[in-house]
Structure formats: structure tokens, C-alpha cells
Design a protein around this ligand. Structure first.
Ligand code: XMP
Length: 326
């Protein structure tokens, strides 16, 4: 029968076969998928693997610290951290169109990985190792929705599938490409990853870059990071983390509405809350979450985040809406 143990054994063998004695790198995003992919590959090839964490400035509050601490503590994997905020923000300057943002972010990721790989090879003094393997936590639904699977959909370029540049120099290792999210979590648990990692809610590789409707700037990211941190804090405090699949917090940067605060008129931005319930992210429903929790989040965001004077709730299922706004 098809058990998690079988899947792990089969993938470990396939990875060894593919990579041989060469070296691989794995981009860690902080999400479940890349963490489980990395743990699987580490099981297969040990320290031939180096994980690379790209801090692209599009992460949520506290996320970088968490990846650097928790994942390394759990797996003992070799980690290389690349600070690339300026690079990503420069590349994204002036861009509002969602697919263009995704393509740019995917391209910059690959360029950073190539650079990291070159540095690692140089450090190891292994000049002859031309073949570079890149591990990706691509899941079955990612492939379907990027138009590369058996389905005909071409909904979004997930950065680790359709969003890759054509001139990529890496050979991809994608040990999760036949799995759905719940199976990935089971594999992660079987590999001994801690609950904090295995049960993390999904977060997209392009990060907050696709949760700002409009141009991505440092100021807007800082603002969204604050709003997102408040929402996450309150959802966790209310014990809703497992019930809610994920709750994107979106900044409508190109929209303003009139408000009143104290004695004054404000003209600020709306923040959208998008709590969804789902089994595999292919379809989803909006979560009927308690009004009191919504009220707390709304009050805190409008009080604590400058330039935000309105919080709205997205009550659209998927389809017709996607989970992320871009
Ligand atoms: P959508 O918005 O297509 O999202 O309904 C489905 C699931 O995929 C996540 N998502 C991504 N994950 N890279 C990722 O690793 C991406 O580019 C990406 N885009 C969307 C999204 O958060 C949801 O869980």
C-alpha cells in the first residue's frame, strides 16, 4: 500500500539516483513545502545539500528569524542566508501587473541561487562541479494551476513553476510534485519535523509582493507587515490557526477612501482580510470566523497601522476568487 514511509523511501532513492555525488541547493521560503523538500533531500544526500534562504524583503514580520532558527535547529542543515532586499525592490520598482511581478520575483530568485551556487562551489574548491541541482517544493496543485499538469488551467505563474526564467541553468529536483498539501504535512511529520513547521499555514514564495495590489515599495511593505502581524497575532490568540487554512492580508495600495479619526478627516488605504478554509488550495471557501475576532483585528489595524483607515472582509469562495489577490 501507498504509505508515507513508501513515499519517502521511493523519493530518497530517486533523489540519490538523480543527484549522485554532486551538490544541490534548496531555496527555503519558510513554508511547509520547501522545508519538507529540503528535509527529504537531506535524508537522501546529507551534506551535499545546502539550503539557501533569500531574504527578499517580501517576508512577513519575524519570518526570517524563524527560518534561520527553527529549521536549522530541527534538521541541522547547512544554511546560507542571502540579503537581497534592495535587489528585489529595485527589480520590482514601477511594476503593478501581477504576472509581471511573479515573473520578476521568480527570475531574481534564480539569479540569486545561481550566485549562491557559484560561491558555494568556489568555497568548496570544487571547480569541476558544473551541474547544479536546485531543489523545489513544487506540489501537484502548483503544476496544475500553472498550466503544466494534466489540467488545462493557466491561472497563475507560481514562482517555482511557471515563473522561472527560460535560461535557467539548474536541473530541478522536485520530490513533492505528485503530492497534495496534506500528504506533504504527513511526510514532514514522518521525517521528524516539528509541529511548528509541519502545520504552518501556506505562504506564497513571492511573499508580500503579491499581497500589495499596486506597486511594491518598502513603505508599503512595512505597512502591510504591521497589519499582517496584528491579524496573525489575533488569529493565533483566538485559537483559529488550525481551522483556518491561511489568511492572506492584502493592502489595496492604489485605493483610498475617506475616514474620520479623532477630529480629523483621513484619506487612507483599505486592508483586506482573506481567511479561507480548504483541503488542498485547489478550491476554498471563506471562513465563517467569529465577529469578535474580526472586530479586534479591525480595531487594532486601524488604530496601530498608519495610513490604514478601513478593514474589509473578502467573502468570496475559490472559484471564482483565487486565495491570493494576485
Ligand atoms: P491561489 O491564489 O492560486 O493560491 O488560489 C493557491 C495556494 O498557493 C499559494 N501560492 C503560492 N505558493 N508560490 C508558492 O509557493 C507561489 O507563487 C504561489 N502563489 C500562490 C497560495 O498562498 C495558496 O495557498
Amino acid at each position: 500500500s501507498w504509505t508515507m514511509g513508501n513515499i519517502i523511501e521511493e523519493q530518497v532513492a530517486a533523489i540519490r539516483e538523480q543527484v549522485g555525488t554532486k551538490r544541490a541547493i534548496c531555496g527555503l521560503s519558510g513554508g511547509v513545502d520547501s522545508a519538507v523538500a529540503a528535509a527529504l533531500v537531506q535524508k537522501a544526500i546529507g551534506d551535499q545539500l545546502t539550503c539557501v534562504y533569500v531574504d527578499h524583503g517580501l517576508m512577513r514580520k519575524g519570518e526570517s528569524e524563524q527560518v534561520e532558527k527553527d529549521f536549522v535547529a530541527a534538521t541541522g542543515v547547512q544554511l546560507k542566508v542571502v540579503e537581497a532586499e534592495e535587489r528585489f525592490l529595485n527589480a520590482l520598482a514601477g511594476v503593478s501587473e501581477p504576472e509581471q511581478k511573479r515573473k520578476i520575483i521568480g527570475r531574481e530568485f534564480i539569479r540569486v541561487f545561481e550566485q549562491a551556487q557559484a560561491e558555494l562551489v568556489a568555497e568548496a574548491g570544487a571547480e569541476g562541479e558544473e551541474v547544479a541541482f536546485l531543489v523545489q517544493g513544487t506540489l501537484y496543485p502548483d503544476i496544475v494551476e500553472s498550466g503544466g499538469g494534466t489540467g488545462t488551467a493557466n491561472i497563475k505563474s507560481h514562482h517555482n513553476v511557471g515563473g522561472l526564467p527560460d535560461d535557467i541553468e539548474f536541473e530541478l529536483v522536485e520530490p513533492l510534485r505528485q503530492l497534495f498539501k496534506d500528504e506533504v504535512r504527513m511526510v514532514g511529520a514522518e521525517l521528524g519535523l516539528p509541529d511548528e513547521i509541519v502545520h504552518r499555514q501556506p505562504f506564497p514564495g513571492p511573499g508580500l509582493g503579491i499581497r500589495i495590489v499596486g506597486e511594491v515599495t518598502k513603505d508599503r511593505l512595512d505597512l502591510l507587515r504591521e497589519a499582517d502581524a496584528i491579524a496573525r497575532e489575533e488569529l493565533t490568540a483566538a485559537g483559529l490557526d488550525r481551522e483556518i487554512w491561511q489568511c492572506p492580508v492584502v493592502l489595496l495600495a492604489d485605493v483610498r477612501s475617506v475616514g474620520v479619526q479623532g477630529d480629523g478627516r483621513t484619506y487612507g488605504h483599505p486592508i483586506v482580510l482573506r481567511p479561507v478554509s480548504s483541503e488542498d488550495a485547489m478550491t476554498a471557501d471563506w471562513t465563517r470566523m467569529p465577529y469578535e475576532v474580526l472586530a479586534r483585528i479591525s480595531t487594532r489595524i486601524t488604530n496601530e497601522v498608519p495610513d490604514v483607515n478601513r478593514v474589509v472582509l473578502d467573502v468570496t469562495s475559490k472559484p471564482p476568487g483565487t486565495i491570493e489577490w494576485e
